[in-house]
Design a protein around this ligand. Structure first.
Ligand code: GDP
Ligand code: ZN
Length: 450
């Protein structure tokens, strides 16, 4: 975004869309204070609450309320910001918005306030994303984690590793100038130790960011299994509702059906897919195609098998479950066996979706997988993260591995390049080195007024 585009004044309703006692309209840009004046507000003192009557072009009062003025750079966006608090009527807020637009403001795009805050250096990118995550947080633990990311807990961890990489780059780049000498005569041991340290720090960061991502996104679990194994019944039992249609005609769950359930504050998305069965009619085959697609995006495949003949079930699903990151095997309908079976390993659970027996074990196992052992309150220092961040960390780690390999062969130029790429990957998290199109994609997913 160029400077002239940034210099205009934007406006949006900053409080939620629903009617409420108080509604807030927020302006950011150089015209903020003059527009407030145009509404009839008195001369606004910075950071003081002013009672005002907000007037239309013909002097008619639209609403009365409070006006607040935060001159840049000491404001959320870093620009002059005015907040108008009126009554939370959507009609009144709309009128206020339109009057401000008539006075020279422009309706803000989704995420544009946060984008300006980022562009003006008030927040880094991970912090700006944390604002959206905080607003969308579904429970206390996710909100706390987003709050910590907004405070910069995640960014500082990223910056720490980035700092280590900068030092290594400087060292290696300097050594390149003495190309004839092997690295070991140029403090190579120190560089190698530094690379090893950075790798460890990155590995820890990756684990924590992955946990943060699960907090934000929830564990994405997909239920699969042959027709009639009891997938829909299990989904209902887990969700405690009757949303999934349960029938005893094989192949009736043709569409995918999503259900999000919460276990100890962690979100678990279940997708009941069409029973996997080779052949079948066109609709059934489409369902199977979707099932495989779902599986590739899943953290966990919950494979439901009829305990009376699990082998037949395993054969029916083929390698579909292997596409998910992890698998959990549910031996269902154990109530129909003469004796309750002993599950063969920790990733298998014997249960009966019909009677509910064994369900608590499945719950416990899911809790464990979702939180990786973390308690319901979350851990100290736990922060929120996004898939994009986890991928960037993984990319940085891969480049660091390559850098280490190049160093082992005294290929200093190549090592320096790998270190640069690792550094760049981390820079994309905080937005120090982020392409414009990525910024556009990130901020457009925010809601208007944020
Ligand atoms: P899906 O095709 O895999 O989704 O299977 P459904 O959930 O539709 O179940 C198929 C049939 O098996 C239905 O008649 C269910 O009532 C029955 N069923 C599911 N789970 C159990 C169970 O644990 N025990 C018994 N006895 N029947 C079950
Ligand atoms: Zn079903």
């Amino acid at each position: 975004m160029n400077d002239s585009a940034r210099r205009d004044t934007i406006i949006a309703i900053a409080s939620g869309a629903a009617a409420g006692g108080v509604g807030i309209v927020r302006l950011s840009g150089p015209l903020s204070a003059p527009i407030a004046g145009g509404l009839g507000c008195p001369a606004l003192q910075p950071r003081h609450a002013h009672y005002a009557r907000f007037r239309d072009a013909d002097g008619e009062v639209i609403d009365d309320g409070i006006a607040l003025y935060f001159p840049g750079p000491r404001s959320f966006t870093g620009e002059d910001v005015v907040e108008l608090q009126g009554h939370g009527s959507p009609v009144v807020l709309r009128q206020l918005l339109e009057r401000c637009i008539a006075l020279g403001a422009r309706q803000a795009r989704a995420g544009e306030f946060s984008e300006r805050a980022f562009l003006n250096g008030k927040l880094d990118l991970a912090q700006a994303e944390a604002i959206a995550d905080l607003i969308a947080a579904g429970d206390v633990r996710a909100a706390r984690a987003a709050r910590r990311s907004l405070d910069g807990v995640f960014s500082r961890r990223v910056e720490d590793v980035a700092e280590q990489l900068v030092r290594l780059r400087i060292h290696v780049e300097a050594a390149i100038d003495f190309a004839d000498e092997p690295l070991d005569t140029l403090g190579g041991a120190q560089v190698r130790a530094g690379v090893a340290q950075a790798r460890e720090a990155l590995a820890r960061l990756r684990v924590d960011a992955e946990r943060g991502r699960k907090l934000r996104d929830g564990l994405h679990a997909v239920l699969i299994g042959p027709p009639n194994a009891g997938k829909s019944s299990l989904l209902n039992a887990l969700a405690g509702s009757e949303r999934a249609i349960v029938t005893d005609i094989a192949g009736t769950t043709r569409d995918t059906l999503r259900e999000t359930i919460r276990i100890d504050g962690l979100e678990l998305e279940l997708v009941d897919t069409a029973g996997l069965r080779e052949g079948g009619d066109a609709i059934e085959r489409e369902g199977m195609r979707r099932a495989r697609e779902e599986m590739q995006r899943a953290d966990l495949a919950i494979v439901v098998l009829d305990a009376r003949d699990p082998e037949a079930g395993r054969q029916a699903i083929g390698d579909a479950a292997a596409q998910a990151t992890r698998q959990l095997w549910v031996l269902n309908k154990c109530d129909l066996l003469p004796q309750w079976p002993q599950p063969p390993d920790a990733d298998s659970i014997a249960l009966s979706a019909a009677s509910g027996q064994g369900l608590e074990q499945l719950h416990a196992r899911l809790r464990q997988l979702a939180g990786e052992g973390a308690g319901g309150e979350g851990q100290q220092g736990e922060f929120s993260a996004r898939l994009r961040h986890v991928q960037a960390i993984a990319l940085a780690a891969a480049h660091l591995d390559d850098a280490e390999a190049q160093l082992r062969h005294d290929h200093l130029e190549l090592a320096a390049e790998e270190l640069r790429l690792a550094h760049q990957a981390l820079g994309e998290i905080t937005g120090r080195m982020t392409a414009d199109d990525l910024l556009g994609r990130i901020f457009s997913s925010f809601c208007i007024g944020k």
